[in-house]
Design a protein around this ligand. Structure first.
Ligand code: GAR
Length: 198
């Protein structure tokens, strides 16, 4: 299965996916392209070092729809079948989502539906929860809302800061995203309402 990965920054989840494909943890998959809306994203350099094709497609004052249309066209040109958002910090337009029905997935650094949106780790830390974590989910037309594929719990420790907590969540994200992608690529799942049954 051909994957397209969308990033905006550091790209550690993208790198974890690339390495999992290399070492066979995600079988039958290849990364067709890594696209960033931010030309300066560190993740683009990391992807190039892995020998992956990269594209920077900044929005450049266009509408969301125009920007997304260019991204969709580049993904389709390469035969991408599964779009993985990995720290991609933009909402997708309806046309983008409809162009890849149930074929766009995202990783979010909280136990959804808690702490949607930006800085989810900091939101959880400041709220004072004892447990938070990360979620891989299908992307639908609402923010951080689509059917949940997998979740992992991370305990908040007394000595944590928002930064140490984010770091431990990120370690779990890498594991969780790899496991989830391997299952989606395998394809043995069905939707029962909002639930994904593997
Ligand atoms: C990750 O923590 C990811 O869960 C988060 O951005 C970070 C990207 O890190 N995504 C979101 O908050 C999306 N709402 P990375 O670039 O090193 O993978």
């Amino acid at each position: 299965m051909k994957l397209g990965i969308l990033i905006s920054g550091r790209g550690s989840n993208m790198l974890a996916i690339a390495e999992a494909i290399e070492n066979g943890t995600i079988p039958n998959a290849e990364i067709a392209v890594v696209i960033s809306d931010k030309p300066s994203a560190q993740g683009l350099i990391k992807a190039q070092e892995k020998g992956l094709e990269t594209l920077a497609i900044p929005r450049n004052g266009r509408t969301r729809e125009e920007h997304d249309a260019e991204i969709v066209s580049e993904l389709k040109k390469r035969g991408v079948e599964l779009v993985c958002l990995a720290g991609y910090m933009r909402l997708l337009s309806k046309d983008f989502i409809r162009g890849f029905p149930n074929k766009i997935i995202n990783i979010h650094p909280s136990l959804l539906p808690s702490f949607k949106g930006l800085d989810a780790q900091k939101q959880a830390f400041e709220y004072g929860v004892y447990f938070t974590g990360c979620t891989v989910h299908f992307v639908d037309e609402e923010l951080d809302h689509g059917a949940i594929i997998a979740q992992k719990v991370v305990e908040v420790k007394d000595e944590d800061t928002a930064e140490t907590l984010s770091h431990r969540i990120l370690e779990q994200e890498h594991q969780l995203y790899i496991e989830a992608i391997a299952k989606i690529v395998k394809g043995n799942y069905e939707f029962i309402g909002r639930k994904v049954r593997f």
